[in-house]
Structure formats: structure tokens, C-alpha cells
Ligand binder design. Structure first.
Ligand code: FEO
Length: 193
């Protein structure tokens, strides 16, 4: 029985599904959208600094990382809107633009990622409290992503600590960093496969 009546019923059903996003969960997701936007801008500013200070590898890594954060933000925006909520594009704070060196950049990056992890854990917590298991399931991708990102940042910091102030080694590390996007996690996954 196709026809206008069926279409109308389906439309109402879709609206009902779309109207299902819990308000507290929606607020937590919108807070996370802002966090991801700030991450993208923070890494973009770092990429610019690296680019004009002679670190092309790190710059390429950070440009890619900034793009990835924007993708994290977009994924949340689409989810909120698809689930009947309203994604909010909020004003964000201006990121730092001056850095001491690569060690300083990656220490800041790791510290920022630790805060992102805490923010994601908060969204997961709200989902559990509100019994929103669909969003809880969606957020598991972010939980895994944070493990990979923190591991990657630790790996780069370890490498930088090893070489200290050796300028020659810094040149090679910068070159290696360009190839690292997802490299550590990818290599570990490959080793386990
Ligand atoms: Fe989207 Fe690096 O957290």
C-alpha cells in the first residue's frame, strides 16, 4: 500500500526518530564539537609555526592532524543533526601562536589530547547516565581514537627526548614525523595482525 498516506506515516515516523536525542546528551555533544574545533585550530597554529621555523615534516604532520580534528568535529555535527538535535557552531578561543621548539609543541599537543580524552569520557558518562546507548556506541570510536592519538604523541615526545639538542638528529626526526600520521597505531595494528 504505497501512496500519500504511507509517505505521511513514514514521515511522521522519521520525525519521531529524529526527535529522540536527549537534551543533556545533545549539550554534551555540542560541547565536544567545540573541543574538536579548538583542537583543529590549535594544531593549525602549530603547523604554521613549524612551517616558518624550518620543520616541514612536523608542519605536514600538524596540518594533517588539524584536518583530522575537523573531521572529528564534522562527524559529531552530522550525528547530532541526524539524531534530531541541533549542532551548534560556537565561537572558539584563539590558539597559541608562539612556541619554543618541537619539544614544546608536542608537550602542548599531548596535554591538549589529555583534556580531549577527559571531555570524551564526560560525553560517555552523560550517555550512560541518560541511558542513551546509541550515542554511547557512537562515542566508542572517539574513545579508541584518543588511545591512538595519545600513544602517537608519547612516541614523538620519547623520540625528541632521546635526541635532546642534537640539531642533526632533529632534522631526521622532523623528516620522520611527516610519515607518522597514524603510523604508530597503524604499525601496532599491523604487528598484531
Ligand atoms: Fe579529536 Fe585529537 O581529538
Amino acid at each position: 500500500m504505497n501512496g500519500p498516506a504511507t509517505f505521511y506515516t513514514l514521515h511522521l515516523f522519521n520525525l519521531k526518530i529524529k526527535g529522540m536525542l536527549n537534551k543533556k546528551v545533545e549539550k554534551a555533544l555540542n560541547d565536544q564539537i567545540k573541543v574538536e574545533a579548538e583542537s583543529s585550530q590549535a594544531y593549525l597554529a602549530m603547523a604554521c609555526w613549524a612551517e616558518i621555523n624550518g620543520y616541514p615534516g612536523t608542519s605536514a604532520f600538524l596540518y594533517a592532524h588539524s584536518d583530522e580534528e575537523r573531521m572529528h568535529m564534522m562527524k559529531l555535527i552530522r550525528f547530532v543533526n541526524d539524531r534530531g538535535g541541533k549542532a551548534i557552531i560556537a565561537a572558539i578561543s584563539e590558539p597559541a601562536k608562539e612556541f619554543k621548539n618541537l619539544q614544546n609543541i608536542f608537550a602542548l599537543l599531548l596535554s591538549h589530547e589529555n583534556k580531549v580524552t577527559a571531555a570524551i569520557n564526560n560525553v560517555v558518562d552523560v550517555c550512560l547516565k541518560e541511558k542513551d546507548y546509541t550515542t554511547h556506541n557512537f562515542m566508542q570510536w572517539y574513545v579508541s581514537e584518543q588511545i591512538e592519538e595519545e600513544t602517537l604523541a608519547h612516541h614523538i615526545i620519547d623520540q625528541l627526548n632521546l635526541i635532546g639538542n642534537d640539531k642533526g638528529a632533529l632534522y631526521f626526526i622532523d623528516r620522520d614525523i611527516a610519515t607518522l600520521k597514524g603510523g604508530v597505531a597503524g604499525a601496532e595494528k599491523g604487528a598484531k595482525a
